[in-house]
Design a protein around this ligand. Structure first.
Ligand code: IFM
Length: 435
């Protein structure tokens, strides 16, 4: 690997990221049913109808996995907590075994000198809350605040940083407009409501954690660089619409208390009545901003109803996800986020990485990481306050509707034996991070 820790500022943090449903094994430890279990059980939604019932069995192998993080030389571990593991019905009765699990995880990290960075929601909504309308129901902001209170009353005193929701675009658009993630809805009004409610729940969660005295609270959004498929005016306007609902909507809400004009043009009629009254909650101050970045999309205009666009295949080399490799995108987004939204607040690349078919000899992953870290370095040289970088992911894991085939891990998982095998990228990174 070309990158070295010494290329970055002394206090720059390197970490790895995972999420609960993708690694833990949701059948274990008294967790409740989630809308991902339901979505995966519905024929046609997920490759081979795979689900997270066993995943990497991190629930029983946590110590081995924490040793792998320590062996890498990582400073910080970004994990998520499952709402249904803590509150199996989403509300009411607490599963003490779930709280005990996250308590052991946090203590296990601290014992190894690794900072715990928690994300409260990474997509596994408890099924009873999905029955009650899930992200379409405004009450979710209160349900989420209650979950936050229960969880963080137990572990918040030892958490280094926390973010409410991973990738609001996926929670809202991918899941309620495109229908590709649970709950698999394809409905513009549902999507608009989910977009607004996910931001409202972000705000109530931040307020709850502040109330508990927690510090270092942020937001984690995902970004795809939007590139016009041609130079035509129509394609450029379509690209601006894509950029608005994908990349700018959530930052605009959180940092400016407004929604982009291009989004209001298509969605205002579908937002909840008096949505503007929620903006003070949505803009509750945060301490940092996290960017998840993987690829760019090439956008062309169509005659379909708003947003009247489609993605077209681009010419760049692709990962196993068929995503174009476009490292410049992360540099562009870091600069734009600081310039237009977050100012001097620390920025973190909270996810970056690739799915590869190369097995344990994954030089392609090493090259991908080097190329993206070069862009992060350049942004820092330009004065952008980037404070850390997390690789997605520590382990090969459950890649949602694509099942277990898309391997993002620095560590290979044999999904029969559950044996862990560090890949070439793990060893290269471990050497790069040596102090
Ligand atoms: O696996 C996902 C993760 O859950 C959220 N961010 C993108 C990753 C790769 O698709």
């Amino acid at each position: 690997m070309k990158t070295k820790r010494s290329d970055f500022p002394e206090d720059f943090l390197f970490g790895v990221a995972t999420s609960s449903y993708q690694i833990e094994g949701h059948a274990f430890g008294g967790a409740g049913r989630t809308h991902w279990d339901d979505f995966a059980a519905t024929p046609g939604n997920v490759v081979r109808a795979e689900n997270g019932a066993r995943a990497c069995d991190h629930f029983h192998r946590m110590d081995e996995d924490l040793d792998l993080i320590a062996g890498l030389g990582a400073d910080v571990y970004r994990f998520s907590t499952s709402w249904a593991r803590v509150l199996p019905e989403g509300r009411g009765a607490v599963n003490q075994e779930g709280l005990d699990f996250y308590d052991r995880l946090v203590d296990g990290l601290l014992a190894r000198g690794i900072k715990p960075a928690a994300t409260l929601y990474h997509w596994e909504l408890p099924s009873p809350l999905a029955d009650a309308g899930g992200w379409r129901n405004r009450d979710i902001a209160g349900w989420f605040a209650d979950f936050t209170e229960v969880l963080m009353t137990r572990i918040g005193d030892r958490i280094w940083s926390a973010a409410p929701i991973n990738e609001p675009w996926c929670v809202a658009w991918l899941s309620h407009f495109m229908g590709l993630h649970a709950p698999g809805v394809r409905d513009i009004r549902a999507a608009a409501r989910a977009m607004h409610h996910v931001l409202l729940a972000h705000g109530t969660c931040i307020q709850t954690m502040r109330g508990l005295g927690m510090k270092n609270l942020g937001a984690v959004c995902n970004f795809e660089w939007a590139n016009p498929a041609s130079d035509s005016e129509a394609d450029r306007a379509a690209t601006a619409r894509y950029d608005a609902y994908y990349n700018r909507f959530y930052l605009s809400g959180i940092f400016k208390g407004e929604y982009p004009a291009e989004v209001l043009a298509g969605l205002e009629q579908h937002f909840p009545t008096n949505w503007q009254d929620d903006l003070p909650t949505i803009t509750t101050p945060v301490d940092w901003c996290g960017l998840n970045y993987y690829t760019r999309k090439n956008i062309a205009a169509t005659d379909a109803p708003w947003p009247s666009l489609e993605e077209v295949e681009g010419p760049l080399p692709k990962t196993a996800m068929e995503w174009e490799i476009y490292p410049e995108g992360i540099g562009n987004f870091l600069r734009r986020t600081a310039d237009d939204y977050s100012g001097d607040l620390p920025l973190f690349v909270t996810e970056n990485g690739m799915a590869s078919h190369s097995g344990t000899e994954d030089q392609d992953r090493i090259d991908y990481l080097d190329a993206h870290l070069d862009q992060v370095k350049a942004a820092i040289s330009d004065g952008v306050p980037v404070a850390g970088y997390y690789i997605w992911s520590l382990l090969d894991n459950y890649e949602w509707s694509l099942g277990y085939d898309k391997r993002f891990g620095l560590v290979h998982i044999d999904f029969d034996s559950l044996q862990r095998a560090p890949k070439a990228s793990y060893h290269a990174l471990s050497a790069a991070l040596t102090r």
